[in-house]
Design a protein around this ligand. Structure first.
Ligand code: NAP
Ligand code: GLV
Length: 313
C-alpha cells in the first residue's frame, strides 16, 4: 500500500515516521511537485491543487485537521479537483476536544469573573469589588455541536451555566438546550451573553457572525471565534464593539493568517488575539487514528469522519 504525505505549513509536527510506525505495512513518501507515481491514500494539510491532478487511484484523502474548508474551497473554485471516487476524511478529536474546552472555558470564566477588569483596576492600584454577573442570565451559546462543540457545551454546563447549542440536525445533550436548523437560529441566539463559534466553514455558515447576529445577543455580549475567520464579518464586529453591543471578543482564527501587521484588530484593547492555537491535533494520536481507518477501509469496513462534500463538512 502506498501513501502520500503533504503537510507543508502545518502548525503541529506530524511526521512521516510516526505514520510508518503506526502502519508498518505501508510505503509512505513525501509528495513533491511532479510526483505522479501511484498512491492508494494521502495524508495532507492544505495541499495545492496540483497534488490531486491525475490521482484517480486515491481511495481516501485524510485531512490533518477537523476543518476541510481548504480542500473544499479548492473543489468549489475548481470543480473536479477532488477525484470523484476518493473519500475525504477529517480528524475526529485527536486531542482537540479537551484543548478546545480548556480554551473556551478559560475565556468564558475570565469574562464572567471579570478578571480583565480586575487587571485594569490593579494597573490603576484600585481596590474595588465589581458587581457579580448573575449566573442565571449568563447564557452561553455554542454554534456547532459536533465533536468539538458538543464537548465544549457539556464542559460549560458542568460549571452550572445556562448553555444552549445550535446544530443542523437535532441533538440531545444533558445540560444543554439544543436548537437545530435555520428556523431555530433566532430562538437560539436570543439574549445570549457569550457566543462561541465552532461551526465548520461552509457556504451556509460563512459570515454568520454578523451585525444581525450581534444585535440579537444581550447588550455587552462576548464573542469567542475558534472556528474559522470566514465566519466573522470583521467590520460588523468593530461596529458592535464601538456601540457596546459586544463588550469584547477573543479571536483565534482570521480571514488572513497570520493576521497582517496593519490589521485593525491588533490595536483593539477589547479583542484578545491568539494565533490559531486553541486546539492542535496531537501528532501521534492523529497518525494512529488515520492508520486504524486505513486498515478498516482496506478490510472493506466503514469508518467515521467521512466528509459530506455536498454539505461542506
Ligand atoms: P464537526 O464534528 O463536523 O461539527 C460541526 C457541527 O456544526 C455539527 O454539529 C453540525 O451539525 C454543525 N453545522 C454544520 N453546518 C451547520 C449549519 N449550516 N447550521 C447549523 N449547524 C451546522 O466539526 P468539529 O470537529 O466539531 O470542528 C468544528 C470546526 O472547528 C472545524 O470545522 C474547524 O473549522 C474548527 N477547528 C478550529 C480549530 C482551531 O484551532 N481554531 C481546531 C479544530 C477545529 P450536525 O451535527 O447536525 O451535522
Ligand atoms: C484546525 O484548525 C483544524 O481544523 O483542525
Amino acid at each position: 500500500m502506498k501513501i502520500l504525505f503533504y503537510t507543508q505549513g502545518i502548525s503541529f509536527d506530524p511526521d512521516l515516521q510516526s505514520l510508518s510506525r503506526a502502519l508498518p505495512e505501508a510505503e509512505v513518501r513525501h509528495w513533491e511537485r511532479g510526483d505522479t507515481g501511484p498512491a492508494d491514500f494521502a495524508v495532507v494539510w492544505r495541499p495545492p491543487r496540483e497534488f490531486f491532478v491525475g490521482r484517480d487511484d486515491l481511495r481516501a484523502v485524510f485531512n490533518l485537521g477537523a476543518g476541510v474548508d481548504a480542500i473544499l474551497g479548492l473543489e468549489r473554485a475548481h470543480p473536479g479537483t477532488l477525484p470523484k471516487h476518493t473519500l475525504l476524511v477529517r480528524l475526529e478529536d485527536t486531542g482537540m476536544a479537551s484543548q478546545m474546552a480548556e480554551y473556551v472555558t478559560h475565556t468564558v470564566l475570565r469574562y464572567m469573573r471579570r478578571f480583565d477588569e480586575y487587571a485594569h483596576l490593579q494597573a490603576l492600584q484600585q481596590w474595588k469589588v465589581l458587581e457579580r454577573h448573575p449566573r442565571e442570565t449568563f447564557t452561553v451559546g455554542v454554534l456547532g455541536l459536533g465533536v468539538l462543540g458538543a464537548h465544549v457545551a457539556e464542559t460549560l454546563s458542568s460549571f452550572g451555566l445556562p448553555v444552549r447549542g445550535f446544530s443542523r440536525s437535532a441533538k440531545k445533550i444533558e445540560g444543554v438546550d439544543c436548537y437545530a436548523g435555520a428556523n431555530q437560529f433566532d430562538a437560539f441566539i436570543d439574549k445570549v451573553k457569550v457566543l462561541v463559534n465552532l461551526l465548520p466553514s461552509t457556504p451556509d455558515t460563512d459570515g454568520v457572525l454578523n451585525a444581525r447576529t450581534f444585535s440579537k445577543l444581550t447588550r455587552g455580549a462576548y464573542l469567542i471565534n475558534v472556528a474559522r475567520g470566514a465566519h466573522l464579518v470583521e467590520g460588523d464586529l468593530l461596529e458592535a464593539l464601538s456601540s457596546g453591543q459586544v463588550a469584547a471578543a477573543t479571536l483565534d482564527v482570521f480571514h488572513h493568517e497570520p493576521l497582517p501587521a496593519s490589521h485593525a484588530f491588533w490595536s483593539q484593547s477589547r479583542i484578545t488575539i491568539t494565533p490559531h492555537c486553541s486546539a492542535e491535533a496531537l501528532p501521534d494520536e492523529s497518525m494512529w487514528q488515520i492508520a486504524q481507518k486505513i486498515r478498516e477501509l482496506t478490510r472493506g469496513g466503514s469508518i467515521g469522519g467521512i466528509v459530506n462534500v455536498e454539505q461542506g463538512y
